[in-house]
Design a binder for this molecule. Structure first.
Ligand code: GLA
Ligand code: ZN
Length: 678
């Protein structure tokens, strides 16, 4: 297969126009014009692939793949499990999902099949085999895309049964399950596994261990289904890599686990631009890119993004000129080997008829969107050498979905907003502002490759994270952790003997109590020395700690805990452990991480101060470092002389820095530095 550099293109559903060959012809012409080299097909085409049970027709798809390939466009081949044909729903009820109250769905919509159903598995296996037989060695098919945005859950009898077996495997005996879930509370104990039912809004929702294990089961069952799909392709001879598309900050599944079922990570990004400072949206989006890259520590694919406005968000905002290009390059900067859109051509009817597309209902190419897409196509083609390059991180942030499941379900110090996501974004932003690349990892990952690790609000400890953190600090790492950490074990059962569990010595303290603040309440952190200095606002949660070796750097200004530690530091082994007691404002984290990074002597990607609206990111090959400077503002960004000087030994590949040292509004500059220069 020839290397196409960065993939450019997107979802394409020719089945909607099979009776309009003129349209299909135009599509091809326009794709070439826009520099499109990759499309995803087949994903929602089951009723075209298998119009009647056991009757298959792949000829139309084969024809499209052939024609596209002859014209330099490759295909990512979708499997159709995301939506099923009517005949199947009518004939086999069990393929339809059952909700948590026991009600079975009717035919319609998508993403609503039962992952356990043997019939559904058999049906998808058969059609996947047909696809694989047809396309396994087709040079025009470069990857398999199984299903679409796996998600949701099914509570049917088959799934209940599978859940019970899953529990039995996990706990061995019912006594162990009862103990782990603490079912003695309210007399909720079970005598045998077959009594257990999935959480239900008209039944049990208050046993946190049950809720947590159900979510884990849903991930495992989805993963099992994904593996089934991948295996059905492989067994029929498919050699190409397999992916499936993940979603933004999706909490229904543990993506870290699911990532093991695929070869390549891909995801769909639809940020709400133009609602606040663009850079804030960029940070949030950048963190997701970094999370996706960190799942396999390899380049990922930007599988879907919208070339214009979506139609499913509260307000369908157009992207201002230049934003699509900026966001596309941001994906590449963070490690994507593609810029793909949903969708190539806008459907004429039904649910997504007003969703943005490269080709809209007008049907020609003299549109603002088409022109911007074409420009991106040209630029990506020019910079194909970026494909496959890696990202070397200077720091890691632990962002863990299982922790989030438990913490947000827990009935604790604040049930109206713990702000886990926001806190992680604040910390991520603080680190990015210094010009670092950040890996966004989970508790399942190793900390060994890092010198600076942030582990905010790790309420639940699993995967031996406390041991990993201890080792990390002992051997010289800088660890920043926070309030509400190390409270429960992996079944959400509280640790006894003081928290943060297993890290009291590392942190040099014990957390004794935690105060939930009303929304309107504020406290402040002030220097512990009593001298005048920075003063930071904190809100939501204030942890009260008793020091046992650590030194207080800041203390609370108000309330009965005035003068209690608010930020502490402890030398442990060769490293340093910081404990943040309260939900501090952005400036607090900016200053803290600046200090921590300086102490650790970690070198940022550029020297000098980075303007607030500019994101700096890099990728690396064996020979080169590619530095990306992106201005997420509608005003020019002015670079200070020191920063300009630190860029002077590189070669500019894209974008301009003006004589006055400015990057244009929404501008992207890419600079290539030789890693082996003397
Ligand atoms: C998701 C789906 C696509 C499409 C887009 C619309 O990402 O994967 O099929 O529905 O949303 O934004
Ligand atoms: Zn089911």
């Amino acid at each position: 297969m020839k290397n196409l550099g960065i993939w450019h293109g997107g979802d394409y559903s020719p089945e909607q126009w099979l009776d309009e060959p003129e349209i299909l012809k135009k599509d091809l012409e326009y794709m070439k014009k826009a520099g499109i080299n990759t499309v995803t097909m087949g994903m929602f085409a089951w009723s075209f692939l298998e119009p009647e049970e056991g009757v298959f027709d792949l000829s139309w798809l084969k024809e499209r793949v052939d024609i596209l390939y002859k014209n330099g466009i490759s295909t990512i081949m979708g499997t159709p499990s995301g939506a099923r044909p009517k005949w199947m729903a009518d004939r086999y009820q069990e393929v339809l999902r059952v909700d948590d109250t026991g009600r079975r769905q009717r035919f319609g919509g998508r993403h609503n099949h039962c992952c356990t159903s043997p019939v559904y598995r058999e049906k998808i296996k058969t059609v996947n085999e047909k696809l694989a037989e047809q396309f396994a060695s087709h040079p025009g098919v470069r990857m398999w895309h199984i299903s679409n945005e796996y998600g949701g859950e099914c509570h049917c009898p088959l799934c209940q049964d599978a859940f019970r077996k899953w529990l039995e495997k996990r706990y061995g005996t019912i006594e162990r399950l009862n103990r782990s879930w603490c079912t003695a509370f309210w007399s909720h104990g079970y005598q045998s596994f077959d009594q257990v039912e999935s959480p239900s809004s008209i039944g049990e929702t208050m046993v946190h261990g049950l809720n947590l294990d159900w979510k884990r089961f849903v991930t495992d069952q989805t993963m099992d289904f994904a593996r089934w799909e991948a295996a059905s392709l492989r067994e029929a001879g498919a050699k190409q890599p397999v992916t499936t598309n993940f979603m933004y900050d999706y909490q229904g599944l543990n993506y870290r686990k699911l990532s093991q079922a695929v070869d390549v990570i891909s995801w769909d990004t639809y940020p709400l631009w133009h609602k606040e400072k663009e850079i804030l949206t960029a940070r949030d989006n950048g963190m997701q890119h970094d999370f996706m890259r960190s799942l396999k520590k390899k380049p990922f694919l930007l599988m879907e993004s919208c070339p214009s406005s979506t139609n499913w968000q509260g307000v369908s905002k157009l992207k201002k000129p230049g934003l699509l290009r900026l966001a596309s390059w941001q994906a590449v900067a963070h490690g994507s080997d593609s810029v793909l859109y949903f969708q190539i051509r806008q459907s004429p009817g039904s649910w997504e008829k007003f969703h943005g597309a490269v080709i809209d209902h007008y049907g020609k190419t003299d549109t603002r969107v088409f022109e911007e897409v074409s420009l991106i196509g040209k630029e990506l083609a020019f910079l194909g050498e970026l494909a496959g390059t890696g990202v070397r991180p200077q720091a890691a942030l632990i962002y863990d979905v299982e922790n989030r499941w438990a913490m947000e379900d827990a009935q604790g110090p604040r049930n109206k907003g713990l702000y886990y996501h926001e806190t992680c974004v604040k910390i991520y932003s603080a680190i990015k502002k210094m010009g670092f690349n950040v890996d966004v990892i989970t508790m399942e990952d190793s900390l060994e490759d890092y010198r600076l690790v942030a582990a905010p609000m790790l309420y639940l400890y699993r995967s031996k994270i406390e041991e990993k953190m201890e080792r990390f600090v002992r051997s010289g790492g800088q660890l920043v952790t926070t309030y509400w950490s190390g409270i429960v074990d992996e079944s959400d059962r509280c640790f006894s003997g003081g928290v943060p569990h297993g890290l009291r010595e590392v942190m040099g303290l014990r957390s004794t109590e935690i105060d939930g603040l009303y929304d309107w309440e504020r406290n402040y952190m002030v220097p512990a020395s009593g001298e005048k200095g920075e003063r930071y606002e904190c809100r939501n949660l204030c942890d009260l700690v008793r020091l046992d070796g650590a030194e207080a750097l800041m203390v609370y200004e108000n309330d009965f805990y005035k003068g209690y530690p608010a930020l502490t530091r402890n030398h442990y082994g060769k490293g340093m452990a910081y404990y943040v007691c309260a939900d501090g404002e952005q400036d607090f984290y900016d200053d803290l991480f600046w200090k921590v990074a300086c102490e650790a002597g970690i070198k940022p990607l550029v020297e000098g101060l980075i303007p607030e609206e500019v994101e700096v990111t890099s990728r690396e090959s064996d020979q080169y470092e590619y530095l990306f400077l992106q201005n997420f503002s509608r005003q020019p960004a002015v670079l200070e002389q020191k920063l300009l000087d630190s860029l002077s030994d590189g070669r500019r590949l894209l974008g301009e820095i003006s004589g006055k040292g400015e990057i244009e509004p929404y501008g992207t500059v890419i600079i290539r530095r030789d890693l082996h220069r003397s």
